[in-house]
Design a protein around this ligand. Sequence first.
Ligand SMILES: [Fe+2]
Ligand SMILES: [Fe+2]
Length: 282
Amino acid sequence: MKTATGRLTILTDNVVPGKSEAIGEHGFCVYVETNNGNFLFDTGKGKTVVHNALVFNKDLKAINKIVLSHSHGDHTGGLPEVLRAQSQKPMDVYAHPDIFLYRFRKENEKETYGGIPFTKGYLEKMGARFVFNEDYVKIEDGIFLTGEVPRETSFEGGDMVDRFALRNGKVIPDLIQDDQSMAIHTEKGILIVLGCAHSGIVNVVNHIIEKTGVETIFGIIGGTHIGFSGEVQLRESIKSLKTYQIQHLVPSHCTGLEAITRMKKEFENIFQFSHVGLSLEF
Ligand SMILES: [Fe+2]
Ligand SMILES: [Fe+2]
């Protein structure tokens, strides 16, 4: 199996370090530099990616491919800004085809749109060339996307209340099947980059191990949504994660502050606080 070496840097996250010109927002974006090309994983909500790329000296013109983990606006909102800033036209944008599903949340009879905030046509006019995948796919030597992740654990129900989607004119519960993560094969094991992990962090890890046969996890970084998915899911996920060989655990973005501090206590030796500008070499 070919591996990749390089470094990833968080460009968008909910948290910024004190002494920094960077700005934070509720969203996620990671700049991945490798010997096999540069990738942008998600684009934040839109107000931070270009600014923070300048602050951390990450050249958006040097991106070869963009990956969208799922449709939510805090991951896709910055796509037009990135398409404007990059130099490759057209630019391959990897995503699950459900990324353009109409989805909404219903709270107290009020509906709020919750999908990608742009049409496919608009993004294509701006230079995007969508490459859709539902299955596990290689996007470059050593760099893979999980595609749809089977929901197999009994405890990862997620935060699915009040989420709906329109499929073939019918309103259905939105299971966010477009949720996918990146798996980078490194010399030190697999490095997993999560968007929100709506599929469940343990389901994601299991799926990658099953697809690769590699059980050494160099790192897990990204949103886990775990703080919004109930005590049972948090407790059982922590228990499961302890059974793997993980070297770096960086729960970010939509993990929630309480769950992040809990994970710090539980994973003292491998835990790192996530923030804009954090970088990890592999
Ligand atoms: Fe998110
Ligand atoms: Fe999300």
